[in-house]
Design a binder for this molecule. Sequence first.
Ligand code: ZN
Length: 289
Amino acid sequence: MRDFSDGPRHLSVNTATVRRQGDLPTIIEACARHGIPAISPWRDQVASIGLDRAVRLVKDAGLRLSGYCRGGLFPASGEHRAAARDDNRRAVDEAAAMGAPCLILVAGGLPQYARPGSIPSKDLEAARAMIEDGIAELLAYARTARLPLAIEPLHPMYAADRAAVNTLAQALDIAERLDPGGRDGALGVAVDVYHTWWDPELYAGIARAGRERRLLAYHVCDWLVPTTDLLNDRGMMGDGVIELRRIRQAVEDAGFTGFSEAEIFSDRWWSQPIDTVLATCVERHRTVV
Ligand code: ZN
């Protein structure tokens, strides 16, 4: 297992972690100041300053990317389907321009939540079929852009409104059906401890992802007990119950050599100064990740 104790050289910060404290230029500058070598930016933050400027700021700061957030939200009806397709193609183009190693895909849940205005449905199986169709279509486009797609399974509490891909095994099955053998690295998975720590098949899934060369991204935070908000109460690494060291060991045993990306959506951390949050991420990365 890699030694993280000597500093943040394997740390990436997902920019949503400090999104309330400043815009993308502020976050880039702060990460560089804390010696954090990589970020994973969000599309809205890039859009608000313009893609060209975002590309230039990342380059000038000497930062790398661990991912780009995000594409997906595939289930849709009628004209919303074409809108989803076009929007996802733009996400691929932006990720490629930014030099991201992959575009993170949050699959989407039922169509009325994935793409508001779609015909409401409770048919989760149909939503999952739309997800698979959507990924298949986007994969063809992403291949031409040479931009890998990373399916991120989300905790099942989000199945209705965010992602009906809920386990690592399910994500890997989709990847294998759409990209048998996975030889060119075009389609893989993102393992986020927040979404996967509870899964009795987690370690088998990580080992399988490694064997099938699908491990494209690794996200860390912690699971607080009790969790008070479904979306915005993620814990700082070390403050909850996730066996971070053990999971990282498994991910690295499976061949993952990329950044460990801190991704914390948290009202309590959003209320802290940006330097406090980043310094804490660096310290916890050294000591508990
Ligand atoms: Zn994540």
